[in-house]
Design a protein around this ligand. Structure first.
Ligand code: SF4
Length: 342
């Protein structure tokens, strides 16, 4: 996927290598466009030529949303259906829920014994999360230990390739260090994961910062037409372009960044006419909203169909749990034996 087009979702990945792929998704609420281009399209693409394990990271949600557990069942169901509607095929991949694998908690405890606190404290996303969610009381052991829990998610299923963006490389490096330390202490038991660097586009939200639910700046993939149009209208643009006729700078405009994902038919035209001033921001936003609505229409239709199957998500997760458990059992037997535990 080297040439982003509306059909393939636009995510761009480095050349793939061999190995079992592992990636997870926190069920914190509706999927937005940033998730779509950052993760979902990559998941759909990777399942075609890799053995893939995808999991719903419900324990990870607790690191920041421990006071909202009542939202979990709905969020998990919704996320599973979103992934299916987007094209994730549970026949090709192992799609499971993290909390269905209780051994994840056991291995987290065991790896916690050999993970220096300093390794966790230096992972940049810990401080970023604290800063971005300053209004929430989340400076807890669970959040600090988040990268260790990720390490366990990967190693417990012998994950070899982990799709990551540039900003997550530090997490994976920590995982590799923990695995190396374990293997030095107890023997070659755990598989050291490698990064599958995905050059997913940075998707800006309505305020120009990275699109994120916690920043309340998203366009959700299941938003209806009215919501999409309202949200697109709320986006900031080039502050120097006040009215039609003023020359604009598409390179600093979040609306143009979204055009790059959705508007290949008018991309050059938009850039030229923004720069010349001939295009006004109101019309430019209308053009973008039209394309986002059209792009997600088939997804929304499929998603509505799946929503009418009340047990589908739980059935898929049950099948996924049955598929993942033999792999997990094998890892845990080797770990317990290597550590002389019962
Ligand atoms: S015309 Fe479009 S790309 Fe240019 S500044 Fe306005 S919204 Fe942004």
């Amino acid at each position: 996927m080297s040439d982003p087009t509306p059909g393939d979702g636009g995510a761009v990945a480095a050349p793939d290598t061999e190995g079992r792929v592992l990636t997870g998704f926190r069920p914190t609420g509706p999927l937005h466009i940033g998730h779509w281009f950052g993760n979902v399209t990559n998941m759909v693409r990777l399942q075609a030529d890799h053995e893939a394990f995808y999991f719903i990271a419900d324990w990870h949600m607790l690191t920041t949303h421990y006071d909202r557990t009542e939202e979990l069942p709905g969020n998990v169901r919704s996320l599973v259906l979103d992934l299916l509607a987007a094209g994730v095929d549970p026949q090709s991949v192992t799609l499971y829920r993290q909390s269905d694998v209780k051994e994840v908690a056991e291995l987290t405890l065991l790896l916690g014994m050999i993970t220096p606190l300093g390794w966790l404290e230096r992972v940049p996303t810990y401080k970023e999360r604290l800063r971005d969610m300053a209004e929430r009381d989340i400076a807890n052991l669970g959040l600090l230990g988040y990268p260790l829990l990720q390490t366990v998610d990967i190693t417990i299923v012998k994950g070899e390739l982990v799709p990551v963006g540039e900003d997550q490389v530090a997490h994976l490096e920590l995982s590799r260090e923990v695995v190396r330390r374990f293997n030095r202490l107890y023997g070659e038991v755990l598989v050291e994961p490698r990064a599958l660097l995905s050059r997913a586009p940075l998707v800006p939200g309505s305020d120009g910062r990275k699109m994120s639910k916690s920043l309340d700046n998203t366009i959700d993939v299941r938003d209806d037409e009215d919501a999409i149009r309202t949200k697109v209208r709320s986006f900031i643009t080039d502050p120097k372009k006040v009215r039609r006729g003023d020359p604009g700078r598409p390179e600093i405009c979040p609306i143009f960044a979204l055009h790059e994902l959705f508007s290949h038919d008018i991309l050059e035209w938009t850039e030229e006419n923004c720069r010349s001033g001939a295009l006004g921001c109101v019309d430019c936003k209308t053009n973008l909203a039209d394309r986002i609505v059209t792009y997600y229409a088939p997804f929304r239709e499929r998603r509505d169909e799946l929503d009418r199957e009340p047990h589908l998500a739980e059935d898929v997760l049950a099948e996924g749990a049955a598929k993942v458990h033999p792999v997990v059992d094998e890892t845990m037997k080797a770990v317990r034996s290597a550590m002389s535990l019962g």
